[in-house]
Design a protein around this ligand. Sequence first.
Ligand code: NZQ
Ligand code: ZN
Length: 384
Amino acid sequence: MRNFTYFNPVKIVFGKGSIASLSRLLPGNTKLMIIYGGGSIKKNGVYDQVTQALSGREWVEFSGIESNPEYETCKKALEMVKSENVDFLLAIGGGSVIDATKFIAAASMAGDEDTWKIMTGEYRIKAALPFGTILTLPGTGSEMNNGSVISRRATKEKLPFMNNRVFPQFSILDPETTYSLPKIQIANGIADAYVHVVEQYLTYPEHAPLQDRQSEGILLTLMEEAKKILKSPRDYDARANIMWCAANALNGLVACGVAQDWTTHMIGHELTAHFGLDHAQSLTIMLPALLRHQKENKEAKLIQYAKRIFRIDGEDKTALTDKAIDDTETFFKSLGLKTRLSECGITLKDTAFIPEKMCRAGFKFGEKGRIGIKELEEILDLAK
Ligand code: NZQ
Ligand code: ZN
C-alpha cells in the first residue's frame, strides 16, 4: 500500500427532514447567499424548506447556475458576493451548483487576480469563503470533496481544480429531495458514482484489500439499489443508499494508498465541452472503450472485478475480463444510458482533435502514464 494522508472535514447531516437543521449548522450573524440552478428547487419544495429554515436571518440569492457550470455565470455571482458583502455561501442543487459555489468561494478571496487562473493552476488559492451545501442530485460526490469542475463555453474548456479550502463546512443530504429527479438524472448520478469508484479501483493490485472491498461494496450496492429505484421510484431506502454511495465514491476514502486512473473522466470532459454531453453520459461511453483498450494493463484487477462484482466463474483470463467489460456496458444500458459515440451522433472525425488537445503539454494519462495521443485515438475508435 502507498503512503497517504487522509483529510475530510465535511460534516454530513443525512436523512428525512434534515433541511430543518440548517439554522443550527450556519454561523450566527452571517450575511448569507444561497446559490441554485434553473429552478428545480422551487418546484419540489426544497426552496420553501430552506427559506423557512432561514427565517430571521439576512440572506440574498443567486440563481441560474447551469449544468456544467459556466465561468461567466460564476463571475456574475462573484459581483453579487462583493456588492452585498456576503460572508457565507449555501449551494442548493446537484454537482454543478456545488462546484460553482466552490469556485465562487475561492474567487471571492482572490483579490484582483484573473479568476480563470484558479482553473489553470496559475493562481494558488490562499483562502475561500466558507460554505455549506444541500444536495438534491446524488452522483458527483462534490458535497463531500474538495474538487470542482468549471466550464468556459467561449473557449470550449472544461477544467477541474482541487483545494482543501473548498471543502464544504457541512452538507445536508435528504434523500426525499431526490424524488423529483427525472429518470435520466437518477441514471446519470448512479453511473457517475460507479465510474468514480472504477477510476480508483480498476488499476493494478496495491495490496489494499480494505480499499478494494470498500470499492466493491459501493459498486455492488449501486447496482442493487439502481434496480430497486428503477422499479419503485418512491423507495426511500434505495434513494438513501444511492445518496450515501455517491458521497462515499468520491470522498477520498477508496483512493487511500492506491493508484488512480481518471482517463475516462478527462476524455469525458472534452466530450462535454465540445458536444454538450451530460457528464455521466460521456463516462458510460468512454469507460467500456478504455477498459477494452487497457485490459492487459488492468488484467489482475479486472479478473477480481469479474469474480467479485459480476460473479463470473472460470480460469480463462481473457474470457473473464471480456465478460466483465461487457457486463459493465450492459449495466449502463440497463440505466437507459448510451455507450457509443455514434448513438449521440458523434463521429470519429468529430473527435479527432481530442487526443492532441489532451496531450498538449506532453501530458500522459492512466495509472502508469501509458496513455498518450496514439492510445487516446485507439480508445476513441473503440467508443465509436
Ligand atoms: O438547475 P436545476 O433546475 O436545479 O436542475 C438540475 C439540472 O437541470 C436538475 N436537478 C438537480 N436536482 C434536482 C433536479 N431536478 C429535479 N429534482 C431535483 N432534486 O438536474 C440537472 C443536472 O444537474 P447538475 O448539477 O448539472 O448534475 P450533476 O450533479 O451530474 O453535476 C454535473 C457537474 O458536476 C461535475 C461535472 O463535470 C458536471 O459539471 N463533476 C464534479 C465532480 C466533483 N466536484 O467532484 C466530480 C464529477 O466527476 C464531475 O466531473
Ligand atoms: Zn464524474
